[in-house]
Write a new protein. Sequence first.
Length: 185
Amino acid sequence: MLKKILELDKELLIFLNGLGSPTFDGMWLIITKQAYWAPIFLIVFYLMQKKLGWKKFGYYILFTAFLILLCDQTANLFKWYFHRLRPCNDETVNHIIRVVKTSPAFSFFSAHAANSMGTTIFTFMILKKFYKHAYLLFLFPLIFPYSRIYLGLHFPSDIVTGYAFGAAFGFICYKFYLKFIIRNS
């Protein structure tokens, strides 16, 4: 069963990665770097601070930093344990896919996906009562981790698993934020 899932994972990678073209490689190399998303983060931070005030916003930043640390370290623990090669280093697929970027690190699971989904869930849960279109935040975890498949750095299952961990951690973080910050202020 696991072998079949891994084969389907490789087939999906080949399909999704194959949608790319050299014309768009530069764009996806920009999308994959968190620093280029800073203007959007700053807008979201502004909206958060405006609705929460400085004190609760400060706690939001602390909780977000902890959430990112939790997602990153959990992903690193899994990478260290499973030692799954990235598609760009996996000889069964790297000659078939478009390898735009390489990395020597392991693949399973994607910290990019976990961080983006975790922080989006956490932020969305807070902002949804203030902004009707807060759901647009979910464009970030859809586009950002896809860049990892496009570049040949992650398998789709790495992304989906990262999403699952990130969503769980983001929701738990939100519940703690509600319990210890919102209700106690």
